[in-house]
Design a protein around this ligand. Structure first.
Ligand SMILES: [Zn+2]
Ligand SMILES: [Zn+2]
Length: 357
């Protein structure tokens, strides 16, 4: 059959343009997918606001944004086994398969990968073709809106794994955004870190309170004394804030570590961030960057979501306000909402979700 895809391109900061593309046939091992629901990630707001490095903006725009989401299989190419009508989560990364990281089971480090809403078009399209090997069917009983958060969950799973944190370790997460919250949840749920040894640190009480039944929360702005109390006490810290706060959050992630402690860096910011190197050297600290995730983390995330209790906890970060996308204005409104100070993403840990009818 013939499908007319509507594609929402960000052509310049704050401006989406609609284009149509005709899709005739799904190639071998490919699926024709129809996005249903997607979350707006902070990394995409950087493109929307034009705050990405100018050379990246020049090279990557126009681009269809959105990389966390769920789609329905509409048609399948020859060789594909999934049935039409199946709802799937989309792994937004297609690794090259040929480089050293790809050949050594570290596809998340592939530097030639196509990643939606970064180096490839994302889910802001009504139809698109995608290889079957990069999607996973959603298990029965998993809410599709929660399933749309499989990608950020997979990132938290990979980062926690890379930290090597063990049950008796004290763990601190700096950054109260969705990734910070999901890291706290994984530390508790998968890592078995008890609330008195698990610190969730941020600057917005309403965001922090969502984890208060499984973590000790600290507002580092309003209660800096509480943060100081854990200086030198933590085995593993995660820096999951980045952005404008980076200078402060890196310093805090160093100061809270015990001698021999480890810091996992997830947050990103433009340019250089000053670091007091002697603190790292003298106390023998380890720093490790963590980026993206592998297919195995998506599979694990979906397994975890089979538990209703886990699903309910993930659901806490979904914004109450939903957007149905019928035209360019709807998508612009959704991004503006996710971006503004009034938007729930700033004051609540709200992933703003958009629906494609
Ligand atoms: Zn993301
Ligand atoms: Zn590769």
């Amino acid at each position: 059959m013939r499908y007319i895809a509507k594609e929402y391109y960000l052509v310049e900061p704050f401006k989406f343009v609609l284009k149509e593309r005709i899709i005739d046939k799904s190639p071998r091992d490919f699926l024709l997918l129809k996005p249903i629901v997607a979350g707006i990630c902070g990394s995409e707001l950087l493109y929307f606001r034009g705050e990405k490095e100018p050379e990246k903006l020049r090279a990557r725009l126009p681009i269809c944004l959105l990389h966390e989401g769920v789609a329905e299989v509409v048609e399948v190419g020859e060789g594909a086994k999934i049935k039409p009508g199946t709802k799937v989560i989309v792994n937004p990364m297609i690794p090259c398969g040929a480089c050293n990281p790809c050949r050594t089971s570290r596809e998340n480090l592939c530097q030639n990968a196509k990643y939606m809403a970064a180096t490839a078009d994302g889910l802001a399209r009504t139809y698109f073709l995608y290889p079957e090997r990069r999607v996973l069917p959603i298990p029965e009983g998993v809410d599709i809106e929660v399933a749309a958060l499989t990608e950020p969950l997979s990132i938290a799973l990979n980062a926690f794994e890379e930290s090597g944190a063990r049950k008796n370790d004290s763990v601190a997460i700096i950054g109260d955004g969705p990734i910070g919250y999901l890291l706290a949840l994984i530390s508790s749920y998968v890592g078995g870190i008890p609330p008195e040894k698990l610190y969730f640190i941020g600057v917005v009480d309403e965001k922090l309170s969502l984890a208060s039944d499984f973590a000790s929360t600290i507002n580092s702005l309003r209660n800096h004394a509480a943060l100081k109390e854990i200086y030198g006490e933590i085995d593993v810290s995660f820096e999951a804030a980045g952005g404008r706060a980076h200078k402060t959050t890196i310093r805090e992630s160093i100061d809270i570590l015990k001698p021999g402690g480890k810091c996992i860096l997830l947050g990103i910011s433009m340019g250089e961030v000053p670091v007091e190197v002697s603190k790292i050297v003298n106390r023998g600290l380890t720093f490790k960057g963590s980026t993206r995730s592998r297919m195995e983390h998506f599979i694990r995330a979906l397994e975890l979501l089979r538990s209703q209790d886990f699903q309910d906890r993930v659901k806490r970060i979904i914004s109450a306000k939903k957007f149905v996308i019928n035209d360019v204005n709807d998508l612009t409104e959704a991004f503006k909402y996710a971006d503004t100070e009034e938007g729930e993403s700033r004051v609540k840990p709200g992933r703003v979700m958009v629906y494609f009818p």
